[in-house]
Design a protein around this ligand. Structure first.
Ligand code: ADP
Ligand code: ZN
Ligand code: MG
Length: 478
């Protein structure tokens, strides 16, 4: 019997606002415990929450970027439950009328595009954090009231791979919009995965289990794959899947039952009487739309069409919006997009990854990169030279040309000088020369290598090849 999995994801994205959603406390990460709290986010009786407008703007931005309908009037609701990290005894969230609904994201898996529906995006506040240490449990309430967007997908995903592709795309959109830092380890982008299975051909969904808060793409993939297998085995052996919340144990690679799943009515949702409905007009939406950056999907398509680059290159150079912008600025100054993308992929990203920094943390600019590539293009330096100059430019912001002399990188393009080195090498390698002349063609590369070495990597490679070929042909015809 073959089975199909059905997966829907609930993502919580922490927003990059300076202050919390309903008070003026700072949202800065890593401060001393309980140093960023006030009566409002502590949920003292009688205080009044006041909505942070930025949160509404960010929600509308994401709604527009994911093709949602924007509700110009939405409601905050209280979700009631008890937990020590939630002093109020309820979380302010949205329930019946969320700010965004009915959107979609396009993902690509195994070369095929697929549209994944977004049911809703709503605004809510985060709870605090429990720290278990030395046999005691401590509570840090700095995080209470940090603004979140919850993004709920339709059950449109069918494999763990599709789920990961969806999460990566969504995360990239949030990063492009600049409204979330996407840091999964610190919990600013976290995901619950709902998983069920059904027999092939069945139209109804099976009972789902919810996998809670998994904090890396790799773990999400493994947790979903494990859960699909577990449910199939269970059904095959005559059992039934129960609706519950499960945790992923990454050290064992398995999911474990945590608790029975609560139903919506357990929370006694009701409209928060302390907050007015969130209302705005079309003008507010239009203003945000006008400032919205190009979303990753559109940028990738445009780069393929406009710069004629392979899909593979485009995917890499658009992963980070700053790199994509840097590429485009350079392409305006240096008319060979493929050369630029090659250099970014092989050299610049390597430097950035090694130093764990972004392109904006360095002093290189589009015009400096264009200059460097021009030097390479005009054979004033070779690839090795460009490689040596790059980190210096990134560090100093100085003209690449100024390093040629300093690092002794000027390319040797003088024929006589190269011929002299060729003759020396042939003289020093008589045995190889004889073998070459008697038919061992492969030794050609050996001679090129030796002369290059003698020039300390500075010989113009094209010229060097031509001259060796000419010299060897002369010797062969003697
Ligand atoms: P609940 O009320 O139990 O939280 P929701 O209807 O709000 O359920 O859905 C939560 C998430 O679970 C959504 O992302 C949705 O797509 C997904 N989902 C719903 N039903 C299923 C199912 N049978 N299998 C897998 N995912 C599902
Ligand atoms: Zn506060
Ligand atoms: Mg739900």
């Amino acid at each position: 019997m073959s089975y199909e999995a059905v997966i829907g994801l609930e993502v919580h994205a922490q927003l990059l606002t300076d202050s919390k959603i309903f008070c003026n406390c700072s949202t800065k990460f890593g401060s001393n415990p309980n140093s960023q709290v006030c009566p409002i986010c502590l949920g003292m009786p009688g205080v009044l929450p006041k909505l942070n407008k930025r949160v509404v703007e960010f929600a509308v931005m994401l709604g527009l970027a994911t093709n949602c309908r924007i509700n110009k009037s939405s409601l905050f609701a209280r979700k009631n439950y008890f937990y020590p990290d939630l002093p109020k005894g309820y979380q302010i969230s949205q329930y019946e009328l969320p700010i965004c609904e009915n959107g979609y994201i396009i993902i690509k898996v195994k070369g095929e595009e697929k549209r994944i529906g977004i049911t809703r995006i709503h605004m809510e506040e985060d709870a605090g954090k429990l720290i278990h240490e030395g046999g005691a449990s401590l509570v840090d309430l700095n995080r209470t009231g940090t603004p979140l967007l919850e993004i709920v997908s339709e059950p449109d995903l069918r494999t763990a791979e599709e789920a990961v592709a969806y999460l990566k795309e969504l995360r990239q959109i949030l990063l492009y919009l600049g409204i979330c830092d996407g840091n999964m380890e610190e919990g600013s982008f976290r995901c619950d995965a709902n998983v069920s299975v059904r027999k092939a051909g069945e139209t109804r969904f099976g009972t789902k289990a919810e996998l809670k808060n998994i904090n890396s793409f790799r773990f999400i993939q493994r947790a979903i794959e494990y859960e699909i297998e577990r449910q199939i085995d269970l059904i095959e052996s005559g059992g039934r899947v129960v609706q519950e919340t499960r945790l992923f144990d990454s050290s064992k690679g398995i999911t474990i039952s945590m608790r029975g799943k609560e139903e919506a009515h357990d929370y006694r949702y009701f409209p928060d009487p302390d907050l007015m409905p969130v209302s705005f007009d079309e003008g507010f939406v239009e203003e945000i739309k006008a400032k919205l950056p190009e979303i990753p999907y559109d940028k990738r398509r445009r780069f393929i069409n406009e710069y004629n680059l392979p899909e593979y290159d485009v995917e890499i150079i658009t992963t980070d919006r700053d790199i994509a912008d840097f590429f485009e600025e350079t392409a305006r100054l240096f008319n060979n997009p493929k050369t630029i993308s090659n250099f970014i992929m092989t050299e610049i990203l390597k430097e950035l990854n090694e130093k764990k920094i972004g392109i904006r943390d360095t002093k290189i600019t589009a015009s400096l990169l264009a200059k460097l590539l021009t030097l390479l293009n005009e054979n004033k330096i070779n690839t090795n030279g460009a490689r040596a100059i790059l980190p210096k430019v990134m560090e100093s912001g100085r003209d690449p040309e100024s390093f040629i002399e300093e690092l002794g990188l000027a390319q040797i393009s003088n024929e006589d000088e190269i011929l002299k080195m060729i003759d020396e090498v042939l003289k020093e390698n008589q045995k190889e020369l004889q073998e070459y002349l008697s038919g061992k063609d492969k030794l050609f590369a050996f001679f090129v290598g030796q002369v290059m070495k003698k020039s300390r990597g500075k010989a113009n490679p094209k010229l060097l090849n031509e001259l060796i070929k000419k010299r060897l042909d002369e010797l062969a015809s003697k």
